[in-house]
Design a protein around this ligand. Structure first.
Ligand SMILES: [Zn+2]
Length: 436
């Protein structure tokens, strides 16, 4: 029988032991960061690491924000500035944030800190059932971003065989999967759906590709999208949560109900967005604040990921004892007020993937032509529809959106191929009000 856990000892520590280990590592990291890193020398000068003896004590430490990282990076020396906590000569890996919102942050990793990230990813992949027998196809050119580099190295460490699929177009990638008989893949949910659509256009049933499992990265994935991918490829699809600044920090086990925080590699707090001094209870939504505990090159202490997540239980039928996250609600900065109603773009994806399989690509555009906000959903059907069918579809979409979001949308069914296709992070929500 194959082993159930990548690290049986760490993955089954009691909650008391996990908390003890995490707080001890946190204190060490704090002491190190205050003496080696300009950002924390300034930010945490009046915090004594010896005063941190419980999770409650963490509240005295200010959160680190992306703006802090940018500001301290600016002061130099180039390129990492005041976030670097080791000798520059020790840095062996350059990565950067994707910079979809503002200036990118450059992320320095030493050989040791990179290996730490890879080990964390081994937990994520092993949890998702990746094993030695898998030939893993990665349909991306990885570039300077973190996405898929960690996955690549971790898959090798697990004993998988890795097939990098950069520098090919989508059709070329589908042919490569067929040629080498890859049986596992990692991709963004958006690209996974796009590949399935493209395979069908080539006359290939995605189920016949022989993929046994897919791990998704890069975007929050609603449950309906995960199920849609499972249906399209006839295989198991897993999710994870992560970010460039803090690494992948939670993964999905075979139960596929929520995600396990990779403890004790991270100390994760889920805080009330309106009262950051309070940790939320199980079932409540909070802001994920993450401290990676094994990385010295670039310490991130109580980093505000801006991810809104639902706190889950501390037990699971898989036997792991780590804290679970039930769901990623979305990025706090993606939530918008439209006509006074709080709106999450993820709710539309959920609705489309669960109830409207005839819709493929879509985008939401909010504008303010006069005094009122105006929202348009432009949706592309997966197969051409007649005029009458398109009008019916628009009507039923508009009704279901009104029920789900309390907002009135104008729904336009547009011809196939009208909307942009995305390979990494999709940008399906456009708020033009800020520019008007
Ligand atoms: Zn589990």
């Amino acid at each position: 029988m194959s082993q159930e856990f990548w690290s049986p000892h760490l993955e089954t520590l009691s909650r008391v032991q996990l908390e003890m280990v995490e707080l001890a590592r946190f204190r060490e990291l704090l002491a190190f960061a205050r003496s080696h890193c300009a950002l924390y020398r300034e930010k945490l000068s009046d915090i004594d690491p010896r005063s941190i003896n419980s999770r409650e004590d963490l509240k005295a430490i200010p959160l680190t924000t992306k703006e802090d990282l940018r500001a301290f990076q600016e002061i130099g020396p180039h390129p990492y500035g005041g976030i670097l906590a080791v000798d520059m000569a020790k840095v062996t890996t350059f990565r950067q944030t994707s910079g979809t919102t503002g200036r990118p942050v450059y992320v320095p990793e030493t050989y040791e800190s990179w290996q730490w990230r890879v080990e964390v990813w081994c937990h994520i992949l092993y949890m998702a059932g990746f094993r030695e027998r898998h030939r893993v196809f990665l349909p991306f050119g990885y570039n300077v971003y973190v996405a898929f580099w960690e996955a690549h190295y971790a898959a090798e460490k697990l004993g998988c065989e890795v097939v990098p699929g950069g520098a090919l177009d989508t059709r070329g990638r589908i042919q490569k999967i067929q040629e080498v008989k890859a049986n596992a893949m990692m991709c963004t949910p958006t690209y996974g759906l796009h590949m399935a659509e493209e395979a069908k256009a080539m006359g290939v049933d995605p189920k016949e590709l022989g993929l046994e499992r897919i791990l998704c990265a890069g975007e929050p994935m609603p449950e309906a999208t995960r199920k849609m991918l499972e249906g399209a490829y006839g295989c198991e699809v897993f999710d994870h949560i992560g970010g460039t600044e803090v690494c992948g920090w939670a993964g999905m086990c075979s139960e596929k109900k929520g995600l396990h925080i990779v403890e004790p590699f991270f100390l994760v707090e889920i805080l009330d967005p309106n009262d950051p001094l309070r940790e939320v209870s199980v079932g409540e939504t909070g802001l994920a604040v993450v401290t990676p505990l094994g990385r010295e090159s670039f310490p991130a202490i109580r980093f505000n990921t801006n991810d809104l997540v639902v706190k889950g239980p501390e037990s699971c039928s898989c036997g792991r004892t780590s804290q679970k996250i039930l769901e990623v609600v979305g990025r706090a900065d993606d939530l918008r007020k439209i006509r006074g109603v709080l709106f999450s773009p993820k709710s539309i994806e959920e609705l489309l993937r669960a109830e409207f399989p005839e819709i493929g690509e879509y985008e939401i555009v909010v504008s303010r032509p006069g005094a009122m906000d105006h929202v348009v959903l432009r949706a592309e059907p997966v197969a051409e529809l007649g005029k009458e069918k398109a009008a019916e579809l628009a009507q039923s979409l508009s009704t279901r959106i009104k029920v789900k979001t309390n907002l009135t949308f104008q729904v336009d069914i547009v011809p196939r191929g009208t909307l942009p296709r995305y390979t990494l992070k999709a940008r399906r929500f456009k708020d033009l009000r800020e520019k008007q």
